[in-house]
Ligand binder design. Structure first.
Ligand code: TRP
Length: 364
């Protein structure tokens, strides 16, 4: 990457460097349009259940957009990362397959993009060891996202994996020398770890040439969708609408969604968060603004709002759901896509590890 932008000094209420990342992301968006071929993206998810509308409008949709602009895309199914805050990865095979299915359904094209799992790529995981030597325990201790996850962990003791997973995530990103990582705000501290690891590796072992790029965060303006209970939409809270949910299930979930008693429907995210989130959801599906959707409904009340939202969601998701159902009938195909992705990821990881071993004088 040739253009660099001096990051703004973070202010007290901007500890994650969000505003600097936002400014930088706007520059990157322009560069992507000009020359998508110079970017390689790595992004991914933990396989802990079916993806939902919050994921879709937050990040998944953006992955396909970038792929279709011509950026090379790697999607990691982070199966080891599931074990950060729980003892066993429950229904792992099923959840991994769900993630692959979700990606195929939304338009990730296995001809152009690589979908793979952590555990199938040994050379990626081996990078963790030299990378761990490049960060201090104090730095690991300071990571605000990890601190937050530890506070909400379902384990009585913090595992070593929880503590070190941001460095593992650096290996996820750097094994394929990705230079762009589309993330939400909570992942910015992890991306800083990745940048630090890349820089220190290059300084210590690079003998003048950079082995790793320092990847940029591409901060998506993710709309915050609330779940049906009015809190953040989340797999674990049972308040989400899965991409794979059927039309009837969707109608039932939206029907039960929390609203308020005011009859006139207006977009007011601060004052009326639940109604506004429903308006936003309908608007995202219709490609309009939430205000326009609200104007359509006017004083027809919450029931009319819910009908509009249900219709919009079901209409928008119909092609995605039918593609998903088609792929779901062919499990062998889904597994083949994953195996091919793993194969490709292994070849890339082997090449990077060979370079790393050469740089570290451990080629014997
Ligand atoms: N930490 C991410 C999450 O919880 C998943 C993830 C694993 C990831 N490795 C990654 C995201 C590398 C971006 C880049 O959703």
């Amino acid at each position: 990457m040739t253009t660099t932008l001096a990051p703004a000094a973070p202010s007290a209420d901007d500890v994650l460097g969000t505003s600097a990342a936002r400014t930088r992301s706007a520059v990157l968006e322009r560069q992507i349009l000009e020359d998508p071929g110079r970017f390689r993206i790595l992004t991914g998810d933990r396989p802990t259940g079916r993806l939902h509308l919050g994921h879709y409008f937050g990040t998944l949709h953006n992955r396909v957009r970038l792929q279709d602009l011509g950026v090379e895309l790697f999607v990691i199914v982070a199966d080891y990362q599931v074990l950060t805050d729980r003892d066993v990865a429950d229904r792992l095979t099923e959840h991994v397959e769900e993630l692959v299915l979700d990606h195929l359904a939304i338009g990730v094209d296995p001809e152009r993009s690589t979908v793979f799992t952590h555990s199938a790529v040994p050379a990626l995981n081996q990078l963790l060891l030299p990378f761990l030597s490049l960060v201090s325990v104090a730095e690991l201790n300071r990571n605000p996202t990890v601190k937050d996850e530890i506070a909400h962990s379902r384990q009585s003791a913090v595992s070593g994996l929880m503590f070190t997973y941001p460095v593992h995530q650096a290996a996820d990103i750097l094994f394929c020398k990705a230079n762009l990582v589309p993330v939400g705000q909570d992942q910015l501290p992890h991306l800083e770890v990745t940048r630090t690891v890349a820089r220190r590796f290059n300084d210590r072992y690079g003998s003048g040439t950079a082995v790793f790029p320092e990847p940029d965060a591409l901060l998506s303006e993710a709309p915050l969708l609330l779940g049906t209970d009015g809190t953040k939409m989340s797999k674990s809270r049972g308040n989400s609408i899965a991409l794979a949910a059927g039309a009837d299930e969707t109608a039932r979930l939206i029907k039960g969604a929390k609203t308020d008693s005011e009859r006139h429907i207006a977009y007011d995210p601060a004052g009326r968060p639940e109604v506004s989130s429903l308006l936003l959801l309908a608007a995202l599906c219709q490609g309009r603004t939430p205000e326009e959707v609200a104007d359509d409904i006017g004083s027809a009340g919450a029931a009319a709002l819910k009908r509009t939202v249900t219709e919009s969601v079901n209409e928008y998701l119909a092609p995605i759901r039918s593609r998903r159902a088609e792929y779901a009938r062919d499990r062998a195909y889904v597994l083949r896509i994953l195996r091919e992705g793993n194969e490709r990821a292994r070849a890339v990881a082997d090449a990077t590890l060979a370079e790393v071993r050469a740089a570290m004088n451990s080629r014997y």
